[in-house]
Design a protein around this ligand. Structure first.
Ligand code: EAX
Length: 328
């Protein structure tokens, strides 16, 4: 009989061979993408479509792992992780984006866009596409603009019919300087907070209210902790596919094109779901017990923050704001 060590020879050779044969499967690259809201949402649809399309278009060369509900952290943390490269991808609202790419702040100005069609046209046009390039100097490849939707206000204290009703309400805001400045202009007591903490803050009464698109309000089940909803439509909320720049640059050109195409598909699905949520949102939230004020005099809300708007015009340039507002 051969000594044990010698007998292992053929086995080791077989193992080495099977490793070789398995090599194509091992060459699959795994990447991670995250969102801060639940999977059953306009953002879940976005990253699920993206993952499926990347896998399909590259014949499974890349496996995109999807993480929901802030399980990898809130939006600011995810953006940070993508910038550092500890996470390859994220799909995020522009909430915390100004802290990384200040150029994008202008998109968060309240009452900038007439409606979703206007916002989508700007983001898909030269203004939006130029802005995607601003991310490159900061360690990101911005694959595409998607959206969160048009934001509305909810609270547990009272029906909001006019801007005066907002005075003294304590509201959670995104960690976004433009939003904070505008909401202070309404007389709101602003509390910036990461999204994963919001449900508990509303439930415990740390804050009275918050503002988000119907899509997010439904996905986060805020109806369980908020009585009043007013369709203030005070600001459009863009979202964006961000990838670590080095991770993107490393991809062969053909795969880069597949990632871009997958993001474009994902945005279609994302926007379609926002439209669906907007169409059924009020009825659904009413059926869950929310009291909804559907019609407000928007001009009054706009007038209430006129002084802040004047500040924004100084900060961002009146011509730059007008260019977006008048885009056709
Ligand atoms: O991106 O933080 C927010 O209110 C965002 O709208 C939400 O996380 C979805």
């Amino acid at each position: 009989m051969l000594p044990a060590r010698r007998r292992l020879g053929p086995i080791a050779a077989a193992l080495a061979l099977s490793t070789l044969l398995a090599a194509p499967a091992l060459a699959q690259t795994t990447m991670r993408i995250s969102i801060s809201v639940a999977q059953n949402s306009h953002q879940g649809v976005a990253i699920d479509t993206f993952a499926r399309e990347v896998e399909r278009r590259t014949g499974g060369k890349y496996k995109i792992q999807t993480f929901y509900s802030g399980s990898l952290g809130g939006e600011r943390e995810s953006i940070e992780a993508v910038q550092l490269g500890t996470q390859e991808l994220t799909f995020t609202s522009t909430g915390p984006v100004p802290n990384f790419v200040p150029e994008a702040r202008i998109l968060d100005i309240p009452f900038l866009f007439r409606d979703k069609a206007h916002a989508r046209a700007v983001l898909d046009g030269p203004i939006g596409q130029d802005m995607l390039k601003a991310f490159e100097g900061k360690g990101f490849k911005a694959l595409a603009w998607g959206e969160n939707g048009i934001r509305h206000m909810t609270n547990s204290k009272r029906a909001v019919n006019s801007p005066d009703d907002l005075k003294g309400l304590k509201m959670r805001t995104m960690e976004n300087p433009v939003h904070v400045a505008a909401y202070k202009g309404f007389g709101i007591i602003t509390t910036p907070m990461a999204f994963p903490e919001v449900f508990t803050a509303l439930q415990q009464g740390t804050v009275d209210g918050q503002e988000n698109p119907l899509s997010v309000i439904m996905a986060a089940k805020f109806d369980q902790v908020q009585k009043h909803l007013t369709l203030t439509g005070h600001v459009y909320s863009p979202a964006i596919f961000l990838m670590n720049k080095a991770a993107f640059d490393k991809l062969p050109a053909a795969d880069q094109a597949h990632f871009m195409a997958a993001a474009a598909e994902a945005v279609k699905a994302n926007r379609a779901r926002v439209d669906e949520d907007d169409a059924k949102g009020v009825a659904e939230l009413r059926s869950k017990g929310m009291q909804v004020v559907e019609n407000v005099d928007k001009a009054k809300f706009q007038a209430a923050i006129a002084p802040v708007y004047a500040e924004f015009e100084k900060q961002f340039g009146k011509a730059n704001i007008e260019r977006i507002r008048n885009f056709k």
